[in-house]
Design a binder for this molecule. Structure first.
Ligand SMILES: O=C(O)CCC(=O)C(=O)O
Length: 414
């Protein structure tokens, strides 16, 4: 899997990269792409059919992929715009290769395989047992859910509702911030890896830089501005708590990960997975690992997130009021392979109800510091599994095309 397919890599890339590394955009407006756009909020079927090649649902007829990508991008419609136009079959752009499609079976029902950890009392008597549970989940699965985390239920609901409201605005409002550069720290796009993946996926994304320098507040769409700012506060508090538990789970002092600035660089992605008419032909999000330290994910009740456990895909079934936490590659490295950063993906959404999820990726902001396995976790029995690197080097490697999926981790193996 090329690194471009790793969505978090892209988030980091967009946050940090220089303009010379960014994919270029044509800058065409909706007016240039659509007929009489001032009277429309969606494209007409005949236009859709011409611009998106919707007549070919098998992916077998030749089509000019580069041209179709360009048209889709320049339309600024996103996947939701296609659905709103009434499309009933997938444009070839979105049809994934057989090797991906053959693996899209729904996960076997395995209730309880992703643990839900109760954080109540984790600052008092229950702390040792919470640390034990968090450490075990991070070692065995790389994923867990948390409840009684201190984020009020109204905040969870209003954050989901605000991101949903952003995506459900009239197309023109979203098109204004449809872009792939992160100069303002706010962008809306469909498929972060649109120009680099084998096939596009069925989702749109609102991306906002939360730290170390918050995006221009005026640029954050008004429809979700207050909720995003509140979410940033909650993530900082809960992120600090989780990093403390994860540090202790490794036998380190609770402040260890935070001292290394691991919570400071934060990027939020608000995904919208609309109804997909042919969910067997595409995915919502391709399989990837998150390269950072940890990811905090708020998902609604629709479902579709799956985690690789051994050779099986396991559903991360929505639990009301819960947040999902997963370990990223850097934390696997720092933990000297104790904690696991695992592949996860999202199936295309077959339900009429759109799926909304909000991930915040937490990363070190200190790019010059050397990272590697914590010396405390290295011994003659357990030699360092990885060499040291700066976050700067890590990012540079990240941008080399040879890297794919887990090979980022493997590149740094000792
Ligand atoms: O939408 C989800 O549930 C997962 C999102 C995710 O894995 C990502 O943004 O990297």
């Amino acid at each position: 899997m090329p690194f471009w397919r790793n969505i978090y890599g892209w988030c980091l890339f967009l946050s940090l990269s220089t303009s010379s590394l960014r994919p270029s955009l044509s800058g065409l407006s909706l007016r240039d792409v659509l007929i009489q756009p001032e009277r429309r909020t969606s494209i007409e079927p005949d236009v859709r059919s011409r611009t998106m090649g919707v007549a070919d649902t098998t992916g077998e007829q030749p089509f000019d992929r580069a041209q179709e990508l360009k048209r889709f991008e320049e339309s600024k419609l996103g996947v939701k715009g296609l659905v709103d136009s009434g499309l009933t079959s997938l444009p070839p752009l979105f049809i994934h290769p057989p090797e991906t499609r053959s693996d899209l079976k729904p996960a076997r029902p395995t209730p309880g395989s992703i643990p839900t950890i109760d954080l109540s009392g984790c600052d008092s008597a229950r702390r040792p047992s919470v640390v034990e549970e968090v450490g075990r989940a991070a070692r065995e699965l790389g994923f867990f859910q948390v409840v009684n985390h201190g984020v009020p239920a109204e905040v969870l609901d209003s954050t989901i509702a605000a991101v949903k409201a952003f995506h459900e605005q009239p197309m023109e409002a979203k098109a204004r911030i449809y872009r792939r550069d992160m100069e303002t720290g706010v962008s809306f796009f469909s498929n972060v890896d649109l120009f680099h993946s084998k096939a596009a996926s069925w989702r749109d994304t609102l991306q906002i830089r939360l730290g170390p320098k918050l995006a221009d507040v005026e640029e954050i769409p008004e429809v979700c501005r207050n909720e995003v700012l509140e979410w940033n506060q909650q993530v900082q508090r809960l992120g600090g708590l989780l990093l403390g538990l994860l540090s202790e789970g490794l036998g380190l002092s609770p402040g260890k990960l935070q001292e290394l600035t691991c919570l400071e660089m934060r990027v939020m992605v608000g995904h919208y997975y609309p109804y997909c008419p042919q969910p067997d032909l595409t995915v919502g999000l391709t399989s990837h690992t998150d390269p950072g330290v940890i990811t905090l994910l708020l998902q609604d009740q629709v479902g579709g997130l799956q985690v690789k456990h051994g050779d099986e895909w396991v559903d991360v079934a929505p639990v009301p009021g819960a947040l999902v936490v997963n370990i990223g590659d850097i934390l696997q490295i720092m933990s000297n392979d104790e904690y696991k950063s695992v592949d996860h993906r999202v199936l295309a959404n077959p339900s009429q109800e759109p799926r909304v999820s909000i991930a915040v990726f937490c990363n070190p902001s200190n790019r010059e510091k050397e990272f590697g396995p914590f010396p405390e976790l290295v011994s003659s029995d357990k030699p360092p599994a990885f060499r040291e690197f700066t976050f700067k080097e890590y990012m540079r490697r990240f941008f080399t095309k040879e890297l794919d999926g887990k090979s980022l981790i493997n590149f740094f193996r000792a």
